[in-house]
Design a protein around this ligand. Structure first.
Ligand SMILES: *[C@@H]1O[C@H](CO)[C@@H](O)[C@H](O)[C@H]1NC(C)=O
Ligand SMILES: *[C@@H]1O[C@H](CO)[C@@H](O)[C@H](O)[C@H]1NC(C)=O
Ligand SMILES: *[C@@H]1O[C@H](CO)[C@@H](O)[C@H](O)[C@H]1NC(C)=O
Ligand SMILES: *[C@@H]1O[C@H](CO)[C@@H](O)[C@H](O)[C@H]1NC(C)=O
Ligand SMILES: *[C@@H]1O[C@H](CO)[C@@H](O)[C@H](O)[C@H]1NC(C)=O
Ligand SMILES: *[C@@H]1O[C@H](CO)[C@@H](O)[C@H](O)[C@H]1NC(C)=O
Ligand SMILES: *[C@@H]1O[C@H](CO)[C@@H](O)[C@H](O)[C@H]1NC(C)=O
Ligand SMILES: *[C@@H]1O[C@H](CO)[C@@H](O)[C@H](O)[C@H]1NC(C)=O
Ligand SMILES: *[C@@H]1O[C@H](CO)[C@@H](O)[C@H](O)[C@H]1NC(C)=O
Ligand SMILES: *[C@@H]1O[C@H](CO)[C@@H](O)[C@H](O)[C@H]1NC(C)=O
Ligand SMILES: *[C@@H]1O[C@H](CO)[C@@H](O)[C@H](O)[C@H]1NC(C)=O
Length: 508
């Protein structure tokens, strides 16, 4: 008995001590740290003019800070990309390969090995008040992933969509409780709802501690349901007809050799309609940014808040005769919008440094005061590029883009005649993905603007582009370039595909 009580007293004292330490840390920390907002759109391209409808976003974020002209995703698919953003790691290290549980999207293995060390966990330990609203990972909320009651660590306020992007008729996990929504615009429109919830969070925050807000609207992902007031916008807009639009991909990998060229008129009508609707959905994102910035001004936090605006992957509408999707290695699918404003950042800058979605976690933790050189993440901080500091930014001579193709067994129901191993087929049998659309690419930007890609298919197909002379990747010059250059690129690829942490950053 006596032993038991002695233990209790010791435990109580330790608890008190840790409270005191915590408090003094909190007080010391709070005066220094900036607030952080991350707005992660879904499928927003850069190459097709995706930022064009976002006029207020451009004025309030880009014009107030930095536009990155060379931001890239490590992989052009929602769940793997979002997993990379949260963990700061390439897909070969997150082991999230696709949007299915079997590909580790929201799986138990992801939860215990990666999510438990994702950047929001660190922010929470540094006494950031954290808020999440919107689409998380495609399998979030499914029974096998723990259902709606599962709330990932690090979040104080959790308002996450169950499943993939929707605008109406969805379920949210609100701090572990299911909240179902119908299709009444004033009550349910997801882009507006998560904004409203974030504004409430900001009103209720405790001003002495910093905050982190992550807003993930469904726009401009399918099903492209615009707010009622925007359903007549851009009525004359069509998908851009330049670059590789409606061009054949005959010198490219197997999947790109399949679509008929020119495209069927019905496909063109379909993609024009999709393009227009995507832009319509973005007008609510633009309102979101305006209202959020206005709130930050009202609560006098705007000058101490970093705002990041980006996307998980790019998009195509008709490029190389593929109707609509994002799973290809070309610039339209991997090149991202990235805008950042914040304290110490000079307005109206364009920076050409190569940055990646795997850098967001490290950069955000750098802002929060974490010693990022001790982190085991593959990305690197671009805070030194944003804000002049004593530390120089890490250079990045080349980087990796990797993707695991999805294919259905048996065949895709929209195209049984092509057999198994294909996915995302349109009724006219043009398919956007296949098991052997599995590739890894090295991209260089600094001295030479090259892309070198190897496929895991039964042709061991290779593509090489010189983007200086061929920005739209119309000609695969693998048979023309010096074999020594191909060998150098192959060696870089091998190195990157097995890199982890430091070895992904320390490249020559
Ligand atoms: C899922 O991730 C775990 C580690 O987190 C790994 O052991 C497993 O092989 C991964 N699954 C696949 C299909 O890659
Ligand atoms: C929402 O679900 C209801 C009931 O199933 C349906 O009638 C309605 O069309 C759906 N709304 C949207 C926008 O999908
Ligand atoms: C969001 O808040 C605005 C302003 O209060 C309100 O008009 C709108 O209906 C709300 N939307 C949703 C989906 O909650
Ligand atoms: C597509 O429409 C154009 C006119 O807009 C017409 O000239 C062309 O023949 C049509 N192509 C097909 C394949 O129907
Ligand atoms: C933020 O800083 C700007 C420029 O220094 C200043 O004009 C503005 O009043 C500040 N806003 C707030 C809310 O403190
Ligand atoms: C940051 O971490 C690195 C690597 O662990 C260490 O060498 C360095 O001393 C640390 N810097 C500070 C300021 O703690
Ligand atoms: C940063 O880079 C410049 C130019 O390369 C160099 O002169 C300077 O010493 C570097 N500073 C640090 C802190 O490494
Ligand atoms: C997702 O990845 C897993 C593991 O590689 C694989 O078993 C599964 O077939 C993939 N899903 C699709 C739809 O390709
Ligand atoms: C890719 O997979 C499809 C479907 O299984 C197959 O028909 C095709 O021959 C494969 N192509 C290559 C180059 O591996
Ligand atoms: C590639 O694999 C497919 C089946 O997936 C087969 O039909 C085709 O003949 C193979 N091609 C070569 C060049 O081996
Ligand atoms: C790439 O294109 C540029 C501009 O046309 C040219 O100077 C350079 O030699 C090309 N490099 C290769 C490897 O083709």
């Amino acid at each position: 008995m006596a032993g038991f009580w002695r233990q209790r007293v010791v435990a109580g004292c330790l608890l008190l001590l840790s409270y005191l330490l915590t408090c003094s840390l909190r007080c010391a920390e709070s005066s220094k740290s900036s607030n952080i907002v991350l707005i992660l759109t879904d499928d927003l391209d850069l190459e097709l003019g995706g930022l064009t409808p976002l006029k207020k976003t451009q004025a309030l974020i880009a014009d107030a800070g930095v536009t990155f002209s060379n931001a890239y995703t490590a992989t052009p698919l929602c769940c793997p990309s979002r997993s990379s953003i949260l963990s700061g790691k390439y897909p070969h290290n997150t082991m999230v390969h696709n949007n299915s549980l079997s590909g580790n999207c929201s799986s138990k293995a992801w939860q215990s090995n990666q999510e438990s060390r994702a950047f929001p966990v660190y922010l929470s330990k540094l006494f950031y008040q954290t808020f999440f609203g919107g689409k998380y990972l495609n399998q979030y909320g499914s029974e096998e992933a723990g259902g709606v009651k599962y709330v990932p660590p690090g979040w104080d306020q959790w308002h996450a969509l169950v499943g993939n992007s929707k605008y109406y008729n969805y379920t949210l996990s609100v701090n572990g409780q299911a909240e179902t929504h119908g299709d009444n615009y004033e009550k349910d429109y997801l882009t507006d709802l998560i904004l409203n919830k974030s504004l409430n969070f900001l009103d209720q925050r405790s001003p002495q501690y910093p905050f982190f807000v992550m807003l993930c609207p469904p726009a401009p992902h399918a099903p492209w349901t615009a707010a009622p007031q925007y359903q007549k916008s851009f009525i004359d807009v069509k998908a851009p007809r330049d670059g590789s639009f409606n061009k054949p991909g005959k010198d490219k990998h197997w999947l790109l050799r399949q679509p008929p060229n020119p495209m069927a008129n019905s496909s063109i009508d379909y993609l024009d309609d999709a393009f227009r609707k995507r832009w319509q959905t973005l007008l609510s994102v633009d309102d979101m940014v305006e209202k959020l910035v206005k709130k930050l001004e009202d609560i006098k936090e705007i000058n101490n808040t970093f705002i990041f605006f980006t996307s998980d992957n790019g998009y195509h509408t008709g490029q190389f005769s593929l109707p609509t999707d994002k799973r290809q290695l070309y610039e339209f699918d991997i090149h991202l919008p990235l805008l950042v404003r914040g304290p110490g950042i000079k307005p109206k800058q364009t920076l050409s440094d190569p940055v990646m979605n795997i850098d967001l976690a490290v950069t955000i933790l750098d802002i929060a005061g974490v010693n990022v050189s001790a982190l085991n993440m593959d990305g690197q901080s671009f805070l030194p590029q944003l804000v002049p500091s004593a530390r120089n930014g890490t250079s990045r001579p080349y980087f990796l883009v990797e993707y695991s193709g999805e294919g259905l067994f048996p065949a895709d129901p929209d195209c049984p005649k092509l057999g198994p191993g294909l996915a995302n087929c349109f009724p006219d049998c043009v398919c956007e993905d296949a098991c052997n659309n599995t590739y890894a690419c090295v991209r260089t930007l600094k001295d030479n603007n090259f892309q070198y890609c190897e496929f895991a298919d039964n042709e061991s197909f290779v593509e090489f582009y010189n983007l200086t002379s061929d920005p739209h990747q119309l000609e695969n010059i693998v048979k023309k370039v010096d074999p020594a250059l191909l060998q150098t690129m192959n060696q870089r690829l091998i190195k990157l595909q097995s890199c982890a942490g430091k070895s992904c950053r320390e490249l020559k």
